[in-house]
Design a protein around this ligand. Structure first.
Ligand SMILES: [Zn+2]
Length: 114
């Protein structure tokens, strides 16, 4: 299935990106969570398992400072730690919706016990 957003909103102050999808699901992502799931080769290597992405805990203070559309299929972010190379397709964004995960809360903050 192809997911498309109907609205993308970054609140820099709360470091929260809100995406509303064409099926009317709403996803909310903390900037630190987006940094954690960055799909770029620098963060993940070129093959599955080649490299460990930064842990949720390691990037917990990282903020999104800028968001930009990439064509019609993706968005990219500039993070407070200077990282810019990730291209987040909307399908990836949707598959990484924090509500689908049990290692973090609904916006992607790690659980206190993590
Ligand atoms: Zn990256």
């Amino acid at each position: 299935m192809q997911y498309t957003p109907t609205a993308v909103r970054l609140d820099v102050k709360s470091n929260l990106l809100t995406v509303t999808w064409s099926d009317s699901h709403t996803s909310r992502y903390l900037g630190s969570y987006l940094r954690h799931v960055c799909p770029c080769a620098e963060c993940r290597g070129h093959a599955p398992g080649e490299k460990e992405p930064p842990s949720l805990f390691a990037v917990r203070d990282v903020k999104v400072v800028h968001v930009e559309a990439v064509g019609t299929y993706a968005i990219s972010f500039r993070f407070g730690d200077g990282h810019t190379t990730g291209i987040y397709t909307y399908d990836w964004m949707r598959s990484m919706c924090p509500t689908e995960r049990d290692d973090c809360d609904d916006v992607g903050a790690p659980h206190a016990s993590a």
